[in-house]
Design a protein around this ligand. Structure first.
Ligand SMILES: [Zn+2]
Length: 199
């Protein structure tokens, strides 16, 4: 449609999640019209994030060194692990200020339609963490949708026999949605009212 560099930019933007062809075109022309300094900052931020940010060796959250801020914090409890799908869910739960334990980021949810099975998630890493005996409760905070529920059921069957308390966030979260879209109060209440699931 366009020539060379402009079309390359539109193609790259169009590969981003949630950006359709029209949005890609709009962003590309916005960048073309923007100040060179502003575009430079955006380009630098993209380069920097790939250079500096890695995934925490313990929990899988985003980190700027081997361990993330939460795993390196000695004031947080080691007895409870909250299992989430993505790093953005850690941010959503941290906003509620209800939780002072540690996290485990799975990197997604079980989704047969997208060929995502248990082996594609950080489940074996979770089992290794649970095996050291410090953890007494696992809170499963996967998204309140079909994939999140399937993942929660799979995990509770796997963890239950280990003699740990496995709990799931209380209902009241918008069904079918993403954890990150729940407001702090709702998510905080769901956390407080979490229920123990069968072993
Ligand atoms: Zn971590």
């Amino acid at each position: 449609m366009y020539e060379g560099a402009v079309q390359d930019l539109i193609d790259e933007l169009g590969r981003l999640p949630g950006v359709g062809p029209k949005s890609a075109q709009r962003i590309a022309f916005h960048l073309l019209a923007a100040d060179a300094a502003d575009v430079r900052r955006l380009a630098d931020a993209l380069t920097e994030v790939k250079l500096r940010v890695q995934f925490c060796e313990v929990c899988g959250n985003v980190a700027e060194s081997e361990r993330c801020r939460i795993c390196s914090d000695p004031r947080r409890g080691d007895d409870v692990i909250c299992v989430v799908e993505e790093p953005k869910d850690v941010v959503a739960i941290e906003r509620t200020r209800e939780f002072r334990g540690r996290y485990h980021v799975l990197g997604g949810a079980i989704n047969p339609l997208d060929n995502v099975g248990p082996d594609d998630l950080r489940i074996s890493e979770l089992m290794t963490r649970l095996a050291d005996g410090a953890v007494t409760e696992v809170i499963i905070a996967t998204d309140p949708n079909v994939e999140g529920e399937a993942t929660a059921t799979y995990l509770s069957r796997l963890i239950g026999p280990m003699g740990l308390t496995v709990s799931r966030l209380a209902s009241g979260l918008p069904v079918g949605g993403d954890l990150e879209y729940a407001d702090e109060v709702t998510l905080g209440r769901a956390f407080e009212g979490r229920r123990v699931v069968g072993s």
